[in-house]
Design a binder for this molecule. Structure first.
Ligand SMILES: Nc1ncnc2c1ncn2[C@@H]1O[C@H](COP(=O)(O)OP(=O)(O)O)[C@@H](O)[C@H]1O
Ligand SMILES: [Mg+2]
Length: 373
């Protein structure tokens, strides 16, 4: 455990800083000795020696950090390879680290992979799975939570929204929910805020230290999630359902946001709802759910009252987050929609676009949870 913790980049830097402090503390008395020796030459030689030691220490820390980052990129690759070979994904060392951390302890990781790791991942992506970089500044401007953003209302709202979803996803024993880590995000109609909420939920969950997120663009007739994220996509879920030779792992796209992977919708097909309820689809989703037990899979799906896609997906997902647009969705519409996703027994509600009548008249989102209906 301690070893795993030491391998973390944040811990490494902290350790390097601590070692530096200790070194400086050790050096302090020798500075006094230098003074008592009284010669200017001795003092400058001592100072030079200390600087060299500090340089060596920092170089060692940087080297360890580089090695760890390379090993992190490999870890993700091994998980993808395991899926291809039909093996269980290897345990994420982050899990072991998380169990050694005290609750509430501030994590140093910014959540955005450093440039060196991004370069390594890009290089790896040409040989292994795909990688695309999100423009984090652009996402912030669009109102999305970004890993480096200062705490704000949206990030606080989504912290509250994600908590019961995470609890359900990883519930154990008699509380375990089959496929509980597969979460359908839907609503009554287009424009209610499904994509906005799914992306923010994904970005918020990606901030967790020991949970990974897979965001699936599952509004097949109108896939918007990846476009909103600025990701260009080709092969996706539908391609893998239609062609058994296509591996889902090959369609997944890793990003520079630590813990966030996305899966494109794939090609349009006129039998999409039938394909979604097919046995192969069921097998693929069960495979995703079981092989990545530390992963939350979010489906940014279609509106229930406008398409049968969400209804078909609800047969596979253990949970649903139902987006209700405040002051627009009627109770009758909600009842109708809930009937259509009745196969999913754990449905929570996101009350979205709640208008605050403050000077900025901004929107917000609130979450409420209801088991069954
Ligand atoms: N809470 C919110 N605050 C600000 N803008 C929002 C919010 N929810 C949705 N929007 C905006 O409303 C529009 C429709 O949202 P979108 O997520 O695309 O809807 P859907 O996916 O349900 O069709 C988008 O422009 C989106 O950015
Ligand atoms: Mg949408």
């Amino acid at each position: 455990m301690a070893e795993a913790e030491d391998r973390r980049p944040g811990s490494l830097l902290e350790r390097a800083a601590m070692q530096l402090k200790q070194k400086q503390a050790q050096d302090a008395p020798s500075r006094d000795e230098d003074k008592s020796a009284g010669t200017a030459d001795d003092a400058s030689a001592g100072e030079e020696e200390r600087r060299a030691r500090r340089r060596r220490l920092l170089e060692r820390a940087a080297e360890q950090l580089r090695l760890q980052q390379a090993s992190d990129a490999d870890e993700e690759h091994r998980a993808d390879e395991a899926v291809k070979k039909g093996q269980a994904a290897p345990a994420d060392p982050a899990d072991q680290v998380a169990s050694t951390e005290k609750p509430g302890e501030e994590q140093p990781a910014s959540g955005i992979r450093p440039a060196a790791v991004r370069a390594a991942a890009r290089q790896g992506a040409t040989k292994r799975s795909r990688y695309q970089e999100l423009d984090v500044d652009r996402l912030r401007r669009l109102g999305f939570i970004t890993p480096d953003a200062a705490p704000g209302t949206t990030s606080e709202e989504f912290r509250i929204i994600k908590r019961p979803i995470l609890l359900n996803a990883f519930a154990k024993g008699k509380h375990r929910i089959p496929n509980g880590n597969l979460v359908l995000v839907t609503s009554c109609r287009p424009g209610d805020g499904k994509t906005f909420c799914t992306i923010n939920l994904a970005l918020s969950i990606a901030l967790e230290q020991d949970v990974r997120v897979l965001l699936i663009d599952a509004d097949f007739p109108k896939p918007e999630a990846l476009r909103t994220l600025g990701i260009t996509a080709s092969k996706g879920l539908m391609d893998a359902v239609l062609d058994p030779d296509i591996d889902l792992a090959d369609c997944m796209i890793r990003t520079n946001v630590r813990n966030l992977t996305v899966l494109p919708a794939g090609r349009q097909h006129n039998l999409t709802p039938e394909l979604l309820t097919s046995e192969r689809m069921g097998n693929l989703l069960t495979e995703i759910s079981r092989r990545y037990p530390d992963r939350i899979v979010l489906f940014d799906s279609a509106p229930v009252l406008a398409s049968s896609i969400a209804s078909a997906l609800s047969m596979h997902t253990g949970q649903a987050a139902f987006v209700v647009e405040a002051e627009r969705t009627t109770e009758q519409q909600i009842r109708e929609a809930l009937n259509m996703i009745a196969s999913c027994k754990h449905i929570g509600f996101i009350l979205n676009k709640v208008r605050f009548l403050g000077p900025d008249r901004r929107f917000g989102a609130y979450y409420g949870y209801a088991y069954g209906r």
